[in-house]
Ligand binder design. Sequence first.
Ligand SMILES: Cc1ncc(COP(=O)(O)O)c(C=O)c1O
Length: 364
Amino acid sequence: MTQPTHGGNVHKVARERRISVDQIVDFSANINPLGFPASGVRAIRSALQQIVHYPDPACWKLRHALAQHCCVDPDMILVGNGSTELIHLLPRALAIESALIIGPTFEEYAHALTDAGSVVQYVHARREERFRPPVQDVLKELTAGRSRFDAVFLCNPNNPTGRVMNRWCVRELAEAADRQQAWLIVDEAFIDYCQTQSVVSMLNEYPRMMVLRSLTKFYAMPGLRIGYLLAASKVVGQIQDRQPPWSVNSLVQDVSFSVLRDRTYAARSRTFMKQERSRFMCGLRSVPAMRAYPSAVNFVLIELPAWTCAGEVTDRLASEDLLVRDCSALPGLTTQMIRVAIKTAKENRRLIAALGGCLRKIQS
Ligand SMILES: Cc1ncc(COP(=O)(O)O)c(C=O)c1O
């Protein structure tokens, strides 16, 4: 299996630059800048005594909490070792031979599909339309009858474009996918920032629809690994059959149970992000020759000027201990694209100044 080329590899950068991980300001992974909640720290402390036992393979307590959180039946939930584990289980569990991916998007869908031998086709959002979700193009592809797909992958809100498809459009996709007897897999890893667009409530209407969620970004715990899938209970069973036993450890089960109930942290995070996003956008847009695309979430896609490229800017910023995501290799994007997470106001100001300085030096 190929190693992931995602953002967030602070360990590699620290090793290469011979610095400590703490010296790096990581804008390359989209993690909540408010940090791991205090409720999670308390939960880890009290869960420590449980590590002498195997974890609950059924994740019973957490699954019931998630079911309540999402207003679905607990049998409709499968918990995984990060949503990445679940993404990798899908192609074989659902016998997906051909898939349509709505891009440019998170590359793990294509990795999982090609690993399983599936054929992948893309419909990309267009740069000229500021990466607006390409609903009509996808519908055309699904109804034109040229190819038949076993599955359609939609990341909503989309990483790395930051755009969100409204739920009425997702419903149209669900109808079209249903007519083709294709699965519609909606990845809502960043839905906490625009909850009203979630399609979880449509699951009972569309038995071939499923939703992926992650707790690692919003609760700032990517090191702990936790995600879940929502689908019809029969489908959940089918996917679970492929999952290795005990893949979700007991610490993360208890921590997730606790942070899910931490409404104060969730509300504070949303309020912070809404305010900081607009401040950050203004700052980014003040950097000459650079374009920041609109975002509904906690990261921003940036197009650098044509006289430089993502690799050059990423390297220069790394030499200042600032890590950004080079998106130039993502299908559907150009060599000028980088993605940056929205962090604290101070860190964001530092990035804006560094970006401006770096572009000035390259141009001179
Ligand atoms: C859109 C999207 N989905 C899923 C994941 C995987 O998240 P995790 O495996 O940490 O739950 C990521 C990680 O970056 C992502 O961006």
